[in-house]
Ligand binder design. Structure first.
Ligand SMILES: C[S@@+](CC[C@H](N)C(=O)[O-])C[C@H]1O[C@@H](n2cnc3c(N)ncnc32)[C@H](O)[C@@H]1O
Length: 316
């Protein structure tokens, strides 16, 4: 398996042996930025299997180049949000240590809901940490620090201590940036002492691309306008439509599922197939079949039915 994790190659949750090709304690870094801390961790704990999760695509690309250049083998990077990765990728009770270095502080009170370290996060985390597993937080932001410590304590599942930070967490890009500006650092260790009652099962993983088979002549569709289809837990935005040669259409669709902490850009297609007209998800760009992706396919099919095509069969 390559260092960049792909939905099409993984199981939910990951099988650590298949993923890393070896046994080893599992460490997770959330928001790895340019990836330099993953290199530091590997040098310090060569026996550890390192999973990194980062939401920003440009940072993932930079970190991937770095870990390849530095020859870090037992590392796997996932582009996405921490909540999604913890729930779906990380097996129950498998993590020894989780690092959160300089998380986005969201200082405005109206944005506090976007902060990572909140009670529901600690509930989920408790189910993925091994007994006695720990989360290490380092930040330059006193309000965020107080907030995270209070949330960890409020979860009732973690013992929180505030020792001095280990030196390696003060070598990240943001640590260097804030040190240069004379900021203070705050550090907390959240040690699991109990586990949430809820199990937080991962999503079922489906291999079949959701689609419908339609009959009738594919009409020449009128001008395209951007469309938003809302559904419980998220929405799908039809951003663009292009003609597919020799016949059919491609649609670029962004599916945002707040409830899953997942945003995907997927391609839907309408094309002739042996059984009729195929309208559905294209296996391109490593899509994950989710309820939201199925809703996007349903919206596409409804539009085609309204344009006069007939439904023969559907699987979504
Ligand atoms: C301030 S930067 C710190 C980067 C790095 N840890 C460092 O110390 O240099 C915060 C990082 O967390 C990422 N991030 C924010 N929310 C996230 C989430 N929910 N899941 C994964 N990464 C996230 C951001 O994209 C960004 O790269």
């Amino acid at each position: 398996m390559g260092r960049l994790l792909r939905f099409s190659e993984m199981t939910f949750p990951l099988d650590p042996l298949a993923t890393f090709g070896r046994e080893g304690p599992l460490f997770l870094e959330i928001g790895f930025g340019d990836g330099r801390f993953l290199v530091t961790l590997h040098r310090r704990y060569p026996e550890a299997n390192l999973l990194g999760v980062e939401a920003a695509a440009a940072s993932v690309a930079r970190a991937l180049r770095r870990v390849v250049r530095e020859g870090v083998g037992p590392v796997r990077l996932f582009k996405g949000r921490a909540g999604f990765a913890l729930r779906n990728l990380v097996p129950p009770r498998s993590l020894q240590v989780v690092y959160v270095n300089f998380p986005d502080p969201w200082p405005k009170s109206r944005h506090a809901g976007r902060r990572l370290l909140q009670v529901p996060f600690f509930w989920l985390l408790s189910t993925r940490l091994a007994d006695g597993g720990r989360l290490l937080l380092t930040t330059d932001h006193p309000d965020y620090f107080d907030f995270a410590v209070a949330e960890g304590q409020r979860s009732g599942l973690f013992a929180v201590t505030t020792p001095s930070p280990p030196p390696e967490v003060l070598t990240t890009k943001y640590a260097e940036k804030w040190r240069a500006r004379g900021r203070r650092f705050f550090h907390a260790v959240f040690t699991k002492v109990a586990e949430a009652m809820k199990a937080f099962p991962p999503l079922p993983k489906e291999e079949t691309m959701p689609h419908a088979i339609l009959s009738g002549e594919l009409p020449l569709l009128g001008p395209f306008t951007k469309e938003v289809h809302a559904f419980p837990g998220g929405h799908a935005v039809f951003l663009e439509r292009t003609v597919r040669e020799p016949e059919g259409y491609y649609y670029l669709v962004r599916v945002e599922e707040e409830a899953l902490e997942l945003v995907q850009e997927v391609v839907l297609e309408v094309r002739k197939s042996t059984h009729g007209l195929y309208a559905g998800l294209k296996r391109f760009g490593d899509p994950l079949v989710t309820p939201g992706v199925r809703r996007a396919v349903a919206a596409l099919v409804e539009g085609l039915l309204a344009a006069g095509l007939r439904l023969e069969k559907r699987s979504y």
